[in-house]
Design a binder for this molecule. Structure first.
Ligand SMILES: C[S@@+](CC[C@H](N)C(=O)[O-])C[C@H]1O[C@@H](n2cnc3c(N)ncnc32)[C@H](O)[C@@H]1O
Length: 322
């Protein structure tokens, strides 16, 4: 996991919904071999499997890098990328090829499930703080929606007792998420209560924009994290993990690896939220579907097994006879 730095490479690149533009008049030769090479590189770097119909998208987005660097061909660009191992250019390459479509309260049915879940957990004496990891946070709409849900469920306690970790591979979208500024269009479907409670409205030169209020922003930590890294560097466990609409870009072996890394990071009775078209049932034995693309750990999973073993160990220590 890396601390977030603002590394916008070209200002016209990815907006809130990703730039899917296609250039019809091509300035550069783009051979099938170039596309195959791009595919292999982004798969190795980010786990992303680019299908054939992403060919124009790859051309359009990377052509900007060629122009910015004054290069004449994709082959030269890819040769340089691999030979120089320049971290900033790898970042620009990766940022260019991610798809960042998102929205506030997207797949809205998940948020009441989260609210009920945290109310139950946070209720009663000795309640533990609630921690949620949003693992493909994109431009921030999802983690802010999670934080709003936590505030609505827990009231004033949320500021003290609830935390959201929001991560993504793409540093450009994270910079936008960190800033917390959106067009009014992006929030116009939120209730007037939510708008008033969680956003400032821009005036003058900022009219048409809203900004997330600092109390909500303070609940979220934004970090860069690649889900295909072998070690996420996280030394905590989460009550809920949101991993929505990113696994669709990964092949099955990559999905299985990611889920295996999630398993020890979940609290034993935690929830994993997936996107509407993502199905992990045939990918893992550690999670089972609870319904509405929400998963929980199975009894056989490591976290559940350890949780079941814990009271027995406590009894052993007290010398309670079997
Ligand atoms: C389509 S957006 C989904 C955003 C949000 N979760 C939602 O459902 O609205 C997919 C996000 O996954 C991120 N992503 C792609 N590959 C990744 C990886 N290997 N590790 C972390 N994030 C990744 C992209 O940068 C992008 O922001």
């Amino acid at each position: 996991m890396k601390a977030l730095r603002n590394t916008r490479q070209d200002a016209g690149e990815t907006g809130a919904t990703g730039t899917q533009g296609v250039e019809s008049n091509r300035d550069f030769d783009f051979t099938p071999a170039d596309f195959e090479r791009i595919r292999a590189l982004i798969h190795r770097r980010a786990g992303i499997s680019l299908s054939d119909h992403k060919r124009d998208m790859a051309y359009s987005r990377l052509a900007r890098r060629l122009r910015a660097l004054g290069l004449d061909s994709f082959r030269d660009y890819l040769d340089q990328l691999e030979a120089r191992n320049d971290a900033a250019e790898w970042e620009a390459f990766t940022n260019a090829l991610t798809t960042n479509l998102t929205a506030f309260f997207r797949e809205a049915h998940h948020f009441p499930i989260l609210a009920d879940f945290v109310k139950r957990r946070a209720g009663g004496s000795g309640a533990q703080p609630v921690s949620v990891w949003c693992s493909a946070a994109s431009t921030g709409e999802e983690p802010y929606s999670i934080a709003m849900t936590l505030v609505e469920a827990l009231g004033e306690r949320a500021a003290r007792e609830a935390r959201v970790l929001a991560t993504d591979l793409d540093t450009q979208v994270l910079a936008k998420a960190d800033a917390g500024v959106y067009s009014f269009d992006q929030v116009k479907h939120l209730s007037p209560e939510r708008l008033k409670r969680f956003f400032f409205k821009g005036t003058g030169s900022h009219s048409g924009l809203v900004k997330v209020r600092p109390e909500l922003r303070a609940m979220i930590k934004f970090e860069q994290l690649n889900l295909t890294d072998a070690d996420y560097g996280l030394r905590t466990t989460f009550d809920a993990i949101f991993c929505r609409n990113v696994m669709i870009y990964f092949d099955k072996p990559t999905q299985a690896q990611v889920l295996a890394r999630f398993e020890p990071l979940m609290k034993p009775d935690g929830l994993l939220f997936a996107g509407h078209s993502e199905n992990f049932t045939y990918v893992t034995q550690a999670f089972r579907l609870r319904g509405q693309t929400v998963y929980e750990l199975t009894r056989g999973s490591r976290a559940q097994t350890q949780a079941n073993a814990a009271p027995r160990r406590a009894n052993d220590a007290l010398g309670v006879p079997a």
